[in-house]
Design a protein around this ligand. Sequence first.
Ligand SMILES: [Zn+2]
Length: 178
Amino acid sequence: MTRISPLLERNEQFARTYTPGTLGLPTSGLIVLTCLDHRVDPAIVLGLRLGDAPVIRNAGGRVSQAVIEDIAYLTFLADQIAGGDTPTRVEIAVIHHTQCGTGLLADPAFRHRAAEATHLAETTLAASAVADPRLTVAGDVERLRTAPLLADKVTVSGHVYDLATGRVTTTVDTRQAD
Ligand SMILES: [Zn+2]
């Protein structure tokens, strides 16, 4: 018995009524980028179902070079699936949240201790920090909009998930980019 055993039992239930699908465009037309926090599961918070949207998650839901590269590949793949001759902009929803565990990294003393303990660079840790989600989501939306790898391929919106209310609020609309 390991900790994953009860989850494998749930999977057994899931597999009993599972219907396989082929690789196609996500039915929502969206890519979601959000935090890996276990209180912030987009399948629950946004009601995402299988096939609805690729979800990229990391500490804070921050835009890193790795995230940009994943999205560049996803836009290429979407174009290939669509037939390659009608490129459509992929829409990306960036969702940061209140009470993020990365918020502690905004404090220089905490960040320094974290860097010493983990051997991660303080600059890397600082780039993960979400202390004010409205501010960081706006910055990350801008970073995606201006990423050379994604030029003319994406539209981006920004949102804040409030852990106190369960509500997601749009703070940066896609239309501001067009
Ligand atoms: Zn978080």
